[in-house]
Structures are given as structure tokens and as C-alpha cells.
Write a protein of this length. Sequence first.
Length: 130
Amino acid sequence: MSQPGDRVYTKEHEWLRIEGSSATIGITDYAQSSLGDIVYVELPKPGAQLERSKPMGVVESVKAVSDIYAPAAGTVSEINSSVEDDPAKVNADPFGDGWLVKVTLQDPNAAAQGLLDAQAYADFVASLSH
């Protein structure tokens, strides 16, 4: 499992790709593979205020229901309604078509603070299987 280097990661297995004052959020390949077949995704509404490390949505699989935690604070500017219609997109392409929400960041300069780069996240995931 490889993690794209153009984003940062949480220990709860969300990713954040920062583009100026906005960012895209999704769940990692590790998260979707641990969950199994995703059957339902609940996303926040556009305009919702996200607080860092607080639940922002839910992903449900045949095995479990898991909260999705916001990796950064901001305002939801767009949701990927196609994953609500077809949750399997998150399994098929968690770093691409399976993205979840776009946000306008509250503080773009602080958004990545405390999050893991791709290598640190890969090391963290590797430590979970030992």
C-alpha cells in the first residue's frame, strides 16, 4: 500500500491534500481495506464547520461503522456526492475518485501541523501489523 506524497495523514487514517487555502479530505487505502466493502457514506453538508480531530461523517462497511475525523479545521465547500450514491468508489480509489469533502481551511498555515507525511504514515501503518 503506497501513500501519495502530495498529502498529509492522520493516525485515524484520513488524508488531507492542501491546495492554497483549500483542501481535499478522504480516507486512506489502509482504512478502506481494513473496513472491507463500504456500503454507506455519510458526509457533512456544504457550509458545515469542521473542527480538527472531531467527527465529520461516518463510513459504514459490511464489517463496521466508523467515524471519519476532520484532519483540519475549516468550512465544507463541496462534498463528493458520487460516493454517497456509490460508496464502493471509496474502496476502488480512496486517493482519487473516492475523495470525501473539500474544505476552505480556517488556517492554511497550521493545517498540516501535527499530521504525518507519507513516509511517517507508512511507518505508522507498518507498526500496526506487528
